[in-house]
Ligand binder design. Structure first.
Ligand SMILES: CC(C)(COP(=O)(O)OP(=O)(O)OC[C@H]1O[C@@H](n2cnc3c(N)ncnc32)[C@H](O)[C@@H]1OP(=O)(O)O)[C@@H](O)C(=O)NCCC(=O)NCCS
Length: 189
């Protein structure tokens, strides 16, 4: 058995753990994170919008009420149980054993400190050990080198580029597609 296979709690890392989503703390965090345009621009290529606390609460309540087809988690620090971000699957195909995912560390002071990378490593372990997927996919904006580097550290490879698909501040950027196969993940340990 490869070192990546879980011997301990599947959801628990050294810096972060993946937890269930708690509506109250998610609303508070999303109100704060939603004000950070740098964060928003890394996650969304649509023009940014600002939402009222009421709308954010309605959106989160609705999201948490429905039976989710795709697993999603809050990311919390092991040290002080602080809610710092989210990670979740989207575009899941059971037929082909593949899923896309989204990740965001909303607390900007924690970018570049390994919290997101470890959360993604936990998510990959979940995707390959619990969901028994064949591969995991993502897309990332060409102007997000921190994310690209984090994904490469987790074993993802660039598989394609939609050239000059994005326009930000007068500059064109590629949409980058990356993926990791099960056997590549097994070899990242
Ligand atoms: C992207 C994200 C998940 C990465 O997690 P993280 O814990 O911050 O990443 P890490 O600290 O482990 O690693 C970041 C790497 O990028 C490198 N990096 C940071 N800024 C960089 C830059 N401008 N150019 C090149 N590399 C950069 C760091 O040096 C580090 O690499 P190293 O460990 O080899 O030195 C997290 O930063 C995040 O959520 N950011 C905001 C939202 C976002 O971008 N989401 C992803 C959308 S696709």
């Amino acid at each position: 058995m490869n070192d990546n296979y879980p011997k301990q709690n599947l959801f628990e890392g050294k810096l972060v753990r993946l937890t269930a989503e708690d509506p109250k703390s998610l609303v508070e965090a999303n109100i704060r994170w939603g004000q950070n345009s740098a964060f928003g621009r890394l996650l969304d290529d649509e023009p940014l919008r600002l939402w009222s606390a009421k709308k954010i609460k309605e959106w989160i309540d609705k999201e948490l009420e429905r039976e989710p087809l795709e697993p999603s988690f809050s990311i919390r620090t092991v040290a002080d149980d602080r809610l710092i971000g989210f990670i979740g699957a989207w575009g899941l195909s059971w037929a082909h054993g593949d899923t896309f995912f989204g990740i965001g560390i909303g607390e900007e002071d924690l970018w570049g400190k390994g919290y997101g990378t470890e959360a993604l490593q936990l998510f990959l372990r979940y995707a390959f050990c619990e969901m028994n997927l064949r591969r995991v996919s993502l897309n990332v904006f060409g102007y997000n080198p921190r994310a690209i580097r984090s994904y490469e550290k987790c074993g993802f490879k660039i598989e394609g580029r939609q050239r000059q698909a994005l326009l930000r501040d007068g500059q064109r950027w590629d949409m980058i597609y990356m993926g990791i196969l099960r056997e590549e993940w097994e070899n990242t340990a």
